[in-house]
Design a protein around this ligand. Structure first.
Ligand code: NAX
Length: 328
C-alpha cells in the first residue's frame, strides 16, 4: 500500500534505537513496499541528542521514509501508531533496589500504555523491548483497556536467535537449517531455551547433538547468560542484536512466519501449557495475516516443564510486585 505506516519508537536516542531506526527506514521491518512515518519519543534531557539521530535519518535519504517527528510527549508520540516499539526504560543504577526499578518502570509503562489506549490506531501492535520487558508489557497492557490484549508483546526473539546460533555452532549447520527452537517464560536468566522440538536440516536436534550434558550444562546456561557475556566483552549491553531481534519479531508478526517453522514471542497467556492466564510469557508461535497463534499441543518433557515452571513463577512474582505497587 502507499499509506505510510506509523511506527513509534521510544528511547529513540538510545543504543538499541540506533541499531533499529536506520534499518526500519530502509524497509527491513515492514518491507520495501511500505512507506514509513517515524514518531520518536525521548525524555526531555535526550531530545537534543535525538535531534541528531533525526538529522542522520534525513541524511539517509530513505525512499520509504515519509516523515520523522520527535517529541517528549507520549500523547504525541503514539498518535496514530500502527507499530509501537517500546524500547525506552529506566535502567537499574547503583544503589537502586529491585522495587525502585519496578516502580520507575511501572510509572513509564503506565503512562505509555494509557497514551497508546488514547491515541494509537485501532490496529496498533506493541512490542516491549525495555526491561523488565515482560512485566513492562503487562503494565502497558493493563493500562490500555480498549486495546485487545493480543496486541501487547515483549521481545524474546533475541533469545530465540541466540539459541539458534548456539545450536548452529554445535552442529556445524547453517542457522537457516535450524527450525522450531523455542524460548519459554521470562526474558531473564530464568528463561527456558527448548531444543526438544527443534530440527537441524529436518532431523531432531537432540539426536543430531546426542549430548545431554551439552544441553543442560552448556547450551541452556549459555543462552540464559548471553546478555551478561556481551556486557562483559563489549562493556555495553546488546544493542544491534537486540534491534535485529525486534525487527525480526515485528516483521514475522506482520508478514507471517515461514512454512513449518515457528518463532518465540512473549505474549499474553491464554492458559496454554499451564501458564497462568494474563501473564506475558514467551511461547513458540506462528503468525499469519498479522495475528499470532501459540503453537498448540506440544509434548512437554518433565525436564522442560520444571524449567518453564521456574521462569513462570518468576513472572508471577513480578506481577504480584507491580500489583502491590498499583500498576496493574
Ligand atoms: P539506552 O540507555 O541506550 O537507551 C534507552 C533510552 O530510553 C535512553 O535514551 C533514555 O533516555 C530513554 N528513555 C528512558 N525513559 C524513557 C521514557 N519514559 N520515554 C522515552 N524514552 C525514555 O538503553 P538500550 O541499550 O537502548 O536498551 C533499552 C532497553 O532495552 C533497556 O531496558 C534494556 O535493558 C533492554 N534490552 C532488552 C532486550 C530484550 O531482548 N528484551 C535485550 C537488550 C536490552 O538489554
Amino acid at each position: 500500500g502507499t499509506t505510510p505506516v506509523t511506527v513509534t519508537v521510544t528511547g529513540a536516542s538510545g543504543q538499541i534505537a540506533y541499531g533499529l531506526l536506520f534499518r526500519i527506514a530502509g524497509g527491513a521491518m515492514l518491507g520495501r513496499d511500505a512507506p514509513i512515518r517515524l514518531r520518536l519519543l525521548e525524555i526531555p534531557a535526550a531530545v537534543a541528542s535525538l535531534e541528531g539521530v533525526a538529522m542522520e535519518l534525513e541524511d539517509g535519504a530513505y525512499p520509504l521514509l515519509s516523515s520523522i517527528d520527535i517529541t517528549d510527549d507520549p500523547k504525541v508520540a503514539f498518535e496514530g501508531a500502527n507499530i509501537a516499539l517500546l524500547v525506552g526504560a529506566r535502567p537499574r543504577t547503583k544503589g537502586m533496589e529491585r522495587s525502585d526499578l519496578l516502580a520507575a518502570n511501572g510509572a513509564i509503562f503506565t503512562d505509555h500504555g494509557s497514551a497508546i489506549n488514547a491515541v494509537s490506531d485501532d490496529d496498533v501492535k506493541v512490542l516491549v523491548v525495555g526491561n523488565p520487558a515482560n512485566t513492562n508489557a503487562l503494565i502497558a497492557m493493563n493500562n490500555a483497556p480498549d486495546v485487545p490484549r493480543s496486541r501487547f508483546t515483549a521481545l524474546t526473539r533475541l533469545d530465540h536467535n541466540r539459541a539458534i546460533a548456539q545450536l548452529a555452532k554445535k552442529t556445524g549447520a547453517a542457522a537457516a537449517d535450524i527450525e522450531r527452537v523455542a524460548i519459554w517464560g521470562n526474558h531473564s536468566n530464568t528463561q527456558y531455551p527448548d531444543l526438544f522440538h527443534a530440527t537441524v536440516a529436518g532431523r531432531p536436534a537432540l539426536e543430531v547433538v546426542d549430548d545431554p550434558d551439552w544441553l543442560e550444562h552448556d547450551f541452556i546456561p549459555t543462552v540464559q547468560e548471553r546478555g551478561t557475556a556481551i556486557i562483559k566483552a563489549r562493556g555495553a549491553s546488546s544493542a544491534a542484536s537486540a534491534a535485529n531481534g525486534a525487527i525480526n519479531h515485528v516483521r514475522d508478526w506482520v508478514r507471517g512466519t515461514d512454512g513449518s517453522n515457528w518463532v518465540s514471542m512473549a505474549v499474553c497467556s491464554d492458559g496454554s501449557y499451564s501458564v497462568p492466564e494474563g501473564l506475558i510469557s514467551s511461547f513458540p508461535v506462528t503468525c499469519t495475516d498479522g495475528e499470532y497463534t501459540i503453537v498448540p499441543g506440544l509434548d512437554i518433557a518433565e525436564f522442560s516443564q520444571q524449567r518453564i515452571s521456574a521462569s513462570v513463577a518468576e513472572l508471577e512474582h513480578e506481577r504480584a510486585a507491580v500489583e502491590e505497587l498499583g500498576f496493574v
